[in-house]
Design a protein around this ligand. Structure first.
Ligand code: LLP
Length: 386
């Protein structure tokens, strides 16, 4: 089994579980994005919801990315990290008044608006401040993303965005509002998308919509296609960098940008997933009647993706090179769903071994909870543990 090249000797002094971020992997990913969008009217916003570890955020800010936020907390975190307001977009179906006001006070680039009532509230709050809010309409394109149903967002049945049938109505309303300025349209079809064809379908839908807006004499400066590019959870050591080339190529080739338009992306998972691992110790190896259980000190409170989305994370025993055996790798939480992986072949394992749950940089640390009154996991970076 090929394993991550991690500083295991440095790990041995640190209490587990903790997150470990390899900033070189992150930097390589960011450099590849930069290479792929060079010379294009493309702007990439990092979706903060995937990970807001300060060192991770700092590295992303240094690479010049903007921010995609879904709460007032995230808008504040982006600004605190030094990302300029002109690069901050703010989405979400349920923005509270204080969150909208925070965006207005900081003159963020754009609110991605998900409903008519929200549009009216933004107009009212902007008027009270004597400001004009820049908005993009989040349109639900009814495109299937072929991914897990919990992370599909672009179908009519999902709660997100404005449905195509409402488009005429909403464009009329927006024209009548004094304190909002329509600057673009926004989409997001889902997450962990590895087959590029849903993105191609999205391009086709956007081209049709562009015709609709032009026919209504509305010039849009910005098209935002959201995020969603997936990563290879099976083979993080072989494929640490996502398929950025194929991904950006789809949009270059299939989306007809009008002159002067900018294309925005909101990538989360693809930027940070592969740089992170959850590092844990084996508490016990327990012989069941038909199975062997490896019981870790990390559980779904530290990494909820397997329990919530049946997600797979590769597990590596960093302390053992012995022959492989089959185990169920589980956590200590008092719930049957606290299982990372079943019938998994891993080097022979004993109490005290150090285990890495790979590809955990996205939606890992940030989704941790204190259920069972557990401590939230800490995090360390490769720069610190050099
Ligand atoms: N833009 C919008 C409007 C979004 O809703 C999302 C993710 C993104 C961008 C970033 O998508 P990404 O590039 O990361 O796929 N917790 C789940 C994923 C939820 C994604 C929610 N929205 C998981 O662990 O798989």
């Amino acid at each position: 089994m090929i394993k991550a090249k991690y500083p295991v000797n440095r790990f041995s002094d640190i209490p587990t579980p903790f997150y470990y971020y390899d900033l070189d992997v992150l930097r390589t990913s960011l450099a590849e994005i930069k290479r792929q969008i060079e010379g294009q009217p493309f702007v990439v916003h990092y979706a903060l919801k995937a990970n807001v570890n300060p060192e991770v955020l700092k590295t992303i800010k240094e690479a010049g990315l903007g921010a995609d936020c879904v709460s007032g907390g995230e808008v504040q975190a982006a600004l605190d990290a030094g990302i300029v307001p002109a690069k901050v977009v703010f989405a979400g179906v349920g923005k509270a008044d204080w969150e909208i006001n925070l965006g207005l006070d900081n003159d963020i680039f754009c609110f991605n608006v998900e409903s008519i009532p929200e549009l009216e509230v933004i107009d009212e709050l902007a008027r009270a401040k004597g400001k004009t809010a820049k908005v993009a309409l989040r349109i639900n394109p009814n495109v299937s993303a072929n991914t897990h149903h919990y992370i599909t967002t672009g179908l009519n049945e999902n709660k997100f965005g404005i449905n195509l049938t409402e488009l005429d109505k909403v464009t009329q309303i927006v024209k009548g509002l004094q304190n909002v300025k329509l600057i673009g349209i926004h989409f997001h079809i889902g997450s962990q998308i590895t087959d590029m064809s849903p993105f191609q379908d999205l391009c086709v839908r956007i081209n049709e919509l562009q015709d609709h807006f032009e026919a209504n004499d509305i010039a849009l400066k910005n098209i935002n296609v959201g995020g969603g590019l997936g990563v290879n959870y099976e083979h993080p050591n072989h494929f640490p960098i996502p398929e950025y080339e194929a991904y950006f190529k789809i949009f270059r080739e299939h989306l007809s940008l009008r002159p002067g338009q900018t294309l925005h992306f909101e990538l989360g998972r693809s930027i940070v997933a592969q740089c992170g691992s959850l590092i844990s110790r084996v508490l016990y190896v327990k012989e069941g009647t038909s199975k062997k259980f490896v019981i870790l000190d990390a559980g779904f409170t530290d990494l909820i993706r397997p329990a919530l989305y049946q997600a797979y994370h590769r597990v590596e025993n960093l302390s053992s090179d012995l022959k492989e055996e089959a185990y169920d790798v589980v956590g200590p939480i008092c719930e049957s769903s606290d299982v990372f992986v079943k019938d998994y072949r891993m080097n022979q394992t004993k109490r005290g071994d150090i285990i890495a749950l790979r590809s955990a940089g996205a939606y890992g640390e940030i989704m941790a909870s204190q259920y069972n009154l557990r401590k939230l996991p800490k995090a360390y970076t490769s720069d610190e543990l050099k």
